[in-house]
Structures are given as structure tokens and as C-alpha cells.
Design a protein around this ligand. Structure first.
Ligand code: AMP
Ligand code: MG
Length: 481
């Protein structure tokens, strides 16, 4: 007799044409061990945490999956660093769509669950460090109020994985509004118009039902995704988040941050910061993210063209005119956030130049992005060379004038609500993962606790301090594949 564990699975994705899904099997891990479980997320999803824990790792073995679950690998394509590739879930499986007691639908996906038809040369497994990293950073992004997939649990599998060295294997349970990617549309597009139409209809039905009544609903779909992505990237930029691998297969249609590989938060402000070891040309550098989002959205539009008009030239014209709105939308969201970060509620009172003047000063003085915004009203806590710079003194005077003396109190409140004190600092993330790999998860658990309250002062000052500039400049992240 199988149990539900509180899951209420319903499967709509598998009703798409058979090319979109491949039934698969979980690898039968024999010695799974608990690493971390997200109790508050489980509660929010209506899951039975006690039953899940008592069953000893229901996700680790195909024979004790929750009732109603299946295991499917999703097909997709992607432009990876600009090159088009056929991909698919090579080390992940969708268990199904869980419908919560309040009728919200979430994909429950296992990452690191063993080889599938799409594994290409890979082994289908994942290592403990990268899975804990995804758990930590995705939960941090969530706590910062930015749309993201969530992490329900990480287990170690008891099975070693072989990379440059032998590592502990692990599996993450990921929760997402869906796993439909720009790359899923690119995949549909190589399979023909009917597939694109079915996927687009499905996406509208599942995520954007309000578009159903629109006469030109596929164009409206493109516009909606542009809206969501422009907002998402502006939010990343406002907290110094660098995704690191913005391939089209890692861009979610519903506007969630997805696929935490070589991502990291920037400490010292620098537009061209790149941490990913495989991003040799800086394609996905901090400052390039809006431009890359536009590039990816253009690939999305290309896959939809066939639904816009039978005449390809008319279809292209329509797509281009919608795509041209990205810049304006992004700038709007960015300015709105950045104005608030400097204490100005009404973004029409400042312009991009004014914000950029401050960012240029941060770069010049190699100042910490997070702390410089958080402490803007406490100059003694800012970097000395910055406060000694006459250009900054003049800029800050202007800023305070713009706020107006009578609004200082509210402005401070606004800044405290939008400027985090805590981000997952690279050196602390690495330390916690090193400890976890050595069997001690205490540092990791503590960091997870602290990043869940990014706007509150932590007791321990170490969470506020950036690493040294030398550390930051030589820091490299890895995909962990
Ligand atoms: P990612 O860099 O995580 O976005 O992965 C890109 C593609 O490579 C996806 O199709 C993954 O499923 C696949 N992939 C990554 N790592 C592995 C692995 N260890 N085994 C099989 N496929 C993998
Ligand atoms: Mg991916």
C-alpha cells in the first residue's frame, strides 16, 4: 500500500504530444541519508513532513514513490553559450504536478535521480556540494522576494559520483511553478507548428489563463514573458545576483529563477563580474544579464513566429515590435528598484544617470554593493575612500535634497525594506559546503537560517562582511555537472 505523503499529484504535462516526455526510472539508491528538509515549504505545500521523514526518503527509490507520482524526463533544446543543442532532463525527473490544498499547482522534480534518455555523455547524477548550493541560493533568492524555483530537500544517495575527484552523490527535490523553458519552445519548434501551438496553448492554460480571451493570445504570451523576465532580471541586478549560465534552457517561461549552477552574488561592485569557470568570454557577466535576457527572448519569439502570422515577414515584424518593448520595461523596473534602494519612493524623481553615477563611484572605490546601499545613510559605515571622494559628497547631498528632510524617516524605512544586509557571501557559501562535504552540516544549517531573514541584522557580524578583494577576484564557481 503506497502512501500519498500529502502529495496530490495530477499530471497534465504528459498529455502533450509524446515527443515532450519520456517515461523513465529512478536509480535505486541503496543508502540515502537526510541532509536538509524545508519544513516551512512542506507546510506551505500541504505535505506530511512526518510521514516523509518516517518513510526514510521516499524520493530515493522508484519502488516507494508517493501514490500518484510518475517519473518522466522532459525534452527540451537550448542555446548554450550561443550554440543550439538538443537537451532534455539528463539527470532530473518530474514526479508530477502537486496541487496544494489552496489549488496551486507545482512541479515536483528530482535532480540527480540517475540517467535518462537525455543523459548524453553524462552519468545522470549530482554531487552533494552543488545540490546544497542550489538549496541555499534558491532559498536566499526566495527570501529576497525574487521569483524562483524552491528547494524541498536534499538527500545524499550513498553513491559516489566521479568528477575531477570522487564526490558524495546527492539528490535535490525541486519545486517549481513549472519547468517549461524557452528551450522547451525551441524543442517544440523543431517538431513542427502543431507542437508549438499545443505547447503555447498548454502554457497559457497553465500559467496565463487570463490571456485566453485575447484575440492575439500568442502575441500576448510573448509580451507577458517579456514583462516577467524584464522584472526578474531587474530584481537580480538590484541584489547583485549573477545567474552564471543564462542559456535558453535555463530561462523559465513563468518568470522564476531556475537552474542554480555557477551562480553567485557579487560583493565588490563591478559591472563585468564573472564567477563561472566555464564563462571564459564573460557572456553572462553581471552587466550583460539584461542584454542576454533580450537575446533569449528573441529566441523565444522565433519559436512562436509561426503562430503570429502565416506570412513570415509580417510575423517577424510583429515579434520585433513586441521585443522592442523589453528595454523600456526593464529600465522601468530597474529604475524603480534602484530609486528605492537610494531612498527615493517615486522613481520619476531620478533618472538612470543619477543611479549610474553612484554605481560608477562604487566601482571606482571597489566598494561592497550590498553594504554600500544598506549603509548609505550612515557614512561612517561606508568605505572611507568613497566618503572622502568629493564626487560622492556632492552626489549624496543631491540625493538627500531629493528625498527632502521631512521624508528622511520614511525613506530610511523604505531602504531597510529593500536593501538586504545579508546575502550568501561567496566565502561563507564555500566554507559551509566544504564543511558539509566533510560530514559537518552545522555551518550550512546556520547559513540557511541567516539567509532566510535577509533584511534583519544577524547577530553574528561575519554574515555582513565581504571577502577580501583578492578572494573575490580569484573566486570561481563550477557548474557541478
Ligand atoms: P545545466 O547546465 O544544469 O543547465 O544542464 C544542461 C544539460 O546537461 C541538461 O540537459 C542537463 O540535464 C544535462 N546534464 C547536466 N549534468 C548532467 C549529468 N551529470 N548527467 C547527465 N546530464 C547532465
Ligand atoms: Mg539547465
Amino acid at each position: 500500500m503506497t502512501s500519498t505523503f500529502g502529495f496530490n499529484f495530477s499530471d497534465t504535462y504528459s498529455k502533450l504530444p509524446k515527443e515532450f516526455v519520456k517515461k523513465s526510472d529512478l536509480y535505486p539508491f541503496t543508502n540515502p541519508q537526510h541532509q536538509i528538509f524545508n519544513s516551512s515549504l512542506a507546510l506551505q505545500l500541504g505535505l506530511d513532513e512526518k510521514a516523509i521523514r518516517e518513510s526514510k526518503y521516499i524520493f530515493a527509490n522508484g519502488s516507494n514513490l508517493p501514490q500518484g507520482a510518475s517519473a518522466i524526463a522532459q525534452a527540451y533544446c537550448g542555446h548554450q553559450f550561443g550554440h543550439f543543442v538538443k537537451l532534455g532532463d539528463g539527470r532530473a525527473l518530474l514526479l508530477g504536478e502537486h496541487v496544494t490544498p489552496d489549488q496551486k499547482r507545482y512541479d515536483i522534480q528530482l535532480k540527480g535521480s540517475g540517467p535518462t534518455e537525455f543523459s548524453r555523455g553524462g552519468d545522470g547524477f549530482a554531487a552533494l556540494g552543488p545540490m546544497l548550493r542550489e538549496y541555499l541560493i534558491s532559498e536566499s533568492i526566495h527570501a529576497l522576494g525574487i521569483p524562483t524555483t524552491r528547494s524541498l530537500s536534499v538527500i545524499s544517495t550513498g553513491q559516489p559520483v566521479f568528477r575531477e575527484t570522487t564526490l558524495k552523490g546527492a539528490m535535490l527535490t525541486r519545486v517549481a511553478e513549472s519547468h517549461i523553458r524557452v528551450g522547451t519552445f525551441q524543442y517544440a519548434s523543431i517538431n513542427g507548428t502543431d507542437h508549438v501551438r499545443e505547447l503555447a496553448e498548454y502554457t497559457i492554460q497553465r500559467h496565463f489563463a487570463d490571456l485566453n480571451n485575447q484575440e492575439k493570445k500568442f502575441e500576448a504570451l510573448l509580451l507577458r514573458i517579456i514583462d516577467l523576465q524584464s522584472q526578474l532580471i531587474a530584481q537580480w541586478m538590484s541584489v547583485g545576483f549573477i545567474h552564471g549560465v543564462m542559456n535558453t534552457d535555463n530561462m523559465s517561461i513563468c518568470g522564476e529563477t531556475i537552474d542554480y549552477g555557477p551562480c553567485a552574488f557579487m560583493n565588490h561592485y563591478k559591472q563585468d563580474t564573472v564567477f563561472s569557470s566555464i564563462d571564459r568570454n564573460g557572456r553572462y557577466a553581471y552587466g550583460n544579464q539584461p542584454m542576454i535576457a533580450h537575446w533569449n527572448l528573441t529566441r523565444f519569439a522565433e519559436s512562436l513566429l509561426i503562430l503570429f502570422d502565416e506570412d513570415i515577414d509580417i510575423a517577424k515584424e510583429k515579434a520585433l515590435s513586441i521585443l522592442s518593448l523589453f528595454k523600456e520595461k526593464y529600465s522601468h523596473h530597474w529604475l524603480n528598484l534602484m530609486a528605492k534602494k537610494i531612498g527615493i519612493e517615486n522613481s520619476s524623481r531620478v533618472d538612470e544617470t543619477f543611479i549610474n553615477e553612484f554605481l560608477t563611484l562604487l566601482e571606482k572605490h571597489e566598494a561592497d554593493f550590498t553594504n554600500s546601499f544598506r549603509n548609505l545613510n550612515n557614512p561612517h559605515q561606508l568605505k572611507r575612500s568613497l566618503t572622502d571622494d568629493d564626487v560622492f559628497v556632492q552626489w549624496n547631498k543631491k540625493r538627500i535634497n531629493l528625498i527632502g528632510k521631512e521624508n528622511i524617516h520614511n525613506s530610511q524605512k523604505l531602504m531597510d525594506s529593500i536593501n538586504p544586509c545579508v546575502i550568501p557571501r561567496n566565502h561563507l557559501v564555500e566554507q559551509s559546503l566544504d564543511d558539509a562535504n566533510n560530514g559537518n552540516l552545522e555551518t550550512f544549517y546556520e547559513l540557511v537560517q541567516v539567509i532566510q531573514h535577509p533584511y534583519s541584522m544577524p547577530e553574528n557580524q561575519k554574515y555582513l562582511e565581504p571577502p577580501s578583494l583578492e578572494y573575490e577576484q580569484s573566486y570561481r564557481t563550477f557548474c557541478g555537472t
